[in-house]
Design a protein around this ligand. Structure first.
Ligand SMILES: NC(=O)c1ccc[n+]([C@@H]2O[C@H](COP(=O)([O-])OP(=O)(O)OC[C@H]3O[C@@H](n4cnc5c(N)ncnc54)[C@H](OP(=O)(O)O)[C@@H]3O)[C@@H](O)[C@H]2O)c1
Length: 340
């Protein structure tokens, strides 16, 4: 007998990621019994439009989770730390976009289509990976299955939307101010982001890497079940792009890799779209990726720095695959696998 459709809730429904989750729930025609729109007391009572109808936003309180089966949460780490354990106690599956539980060994960290079987181990909380890790997992899993990853170096070019609405507005204001030759005092970023790049995302760790960079190392290992012998290093850079993270990736494999074969493999990988015709100047850019679901891969070539090495450029909409899309896909898997 199939399970009854779940009661679902979107926590952080009024935020940048929450609104994208609502768009994708509608686009993907996700089936549910009922839906609630949760935010803080600030937005409670306001209305939100979903599927052409207006709905009232409800304040998130512990009691709200009593009759919710699946919660898609993007309301910040502190809110998740407060509500996820309570929701789990009530039997709700809490799919979390924040970094609060990602490295908790009891919490599966999942990219739908990559490590779905890890979902079976959930104890009420499931974590969605960081955006720069997320987009890399679909192509990397396919390449790893064939050639076995030994070492990887990633350089990111990350859009301002990854830092929320305030950062999006700061890029616009900063550009306008620069164009009329006025001074600008940044607040979302340490330095001016207009006509600039900033080699710092999140705080610095003791080893000189930033937290964002270490997320790529640690989360990749957890999702793909790599051991400590697989070496991964990342430099994360903020660039003046609104939507779409780009990554230059160099990978060394255990096995010999042929770029033409790798290109064909990626062409046949679910969730990945290859854009790689250099004779026609075809390669992915963030402007093309914004608002779309695939992870775009191009500039595939044999590395001249590594033995058995491959270089590629990978671009995706950070608000989609890096956050909202994967959250919805996880919810769809939880429903399909009847894990609620
Ligand atoms: N932006 C990205 O690309 C991205 C990517 C991956 C993950 N994330 C993560 O997703 C989360 C949200 O990011 P965002 O960019 O969407 O932020 P945002 O636009 O600032 O939205 C935050 C949302 O959380 C709600 N909220 C805040 N405090 C709350 C509380 N105490 N109780 C209930 N709801 C509360 C807000 O509701 P009110 O309207 O009531 O304030 C709002 O709906 C963060 O954890 C972020 O790290 C973001």
């Amino acid at each position: 007998m199939t399970k009854a459709l779940p009661n679902i809730a979107v926590l952080g429904a009024t935020g940048v990621v929450g609104r994208e989750i609502l768009n994708i729930l509608e686009e993907n025609k996700v089936q549910y019994n009922s839906i609630k729109f949760l935010a803080s007391a600030r937005s409670a009572g306001s209305t939100i439009e979903f599927k052409g109808e207006k709905h009232t936003v409800i304040e998130a309180t512990p009691e709200v989770f009593k009759d919710i089966n699946i919660c898609l949460a993007s309301a910040g780490g502190e809110t998740s730390k407060k509500f996820a354990p309570i929701a789990a106690q009530y039997g709700c599956v809490f799919i979390d976009n924040s970094s609060a539980f990602r490295m908790d060994p009891e919490v599966p960290l999942v990219i739908a289509g990559v490590n779905d079987e890890d979902l079976r181990k959930h104890k009420g909380i499931i974590a969605n990976p960081n955006c720069s890790t997320s987009q890399l997992m679909l192509p990397l899993k396919a390449l790893d299955e064939k050639y076995k990853v030994k070492k990887m170096i990633v350089s990111t070019y990350q859009a301002v939307s990854g830092a929320g609405l305030k950062a999006i507005n700061e890029l616009t204001d900063n550009i306008k101010t620069n164009l009329v030759g006025m001074p600008y005092e940044p607040s979302a970023f340490k330095y001016e982001i207009a006509f600039n790049v900033i080699p710092q995302i999140d705080m610095f760790c003791d080893n000189g890497y930033t937290k964002e960079e270490m997320k790529v190392t640690n989360e990749t290992r957890k999702i793909l079940h790599f051991d400590e012998n697989v070496k991964i290093s990342c430099t994360a850079v903020r660039v003046p792009v609104y939507i779409g993270h780009s990554e230059a990736v160099s990978v060394e494999f255990e096995n010999e890799v042929d770029p033409n074969e790798a290109r064909e493999l990626l062409k046949n990988t679910w969730g990945v779209e290859v854009r790689d015709e250099i004779s026609d100047f075809v390669y992915p850019t963030p402007k093309d990726a914004a608002g779309k679901n695939p992870v775009y891969v191009g500039r595939i070539r044999k590395s001249i720095a590594f033995d058995n090495g491959l270089e590629f450029f990978c671009v995706a909409d950070n608000l989609r695959i890096g956050a909202a899309l994967n959250t919805v896909r996880i919810a769809e898997k939880v429903i399909e696998m009847e894990l609620y």
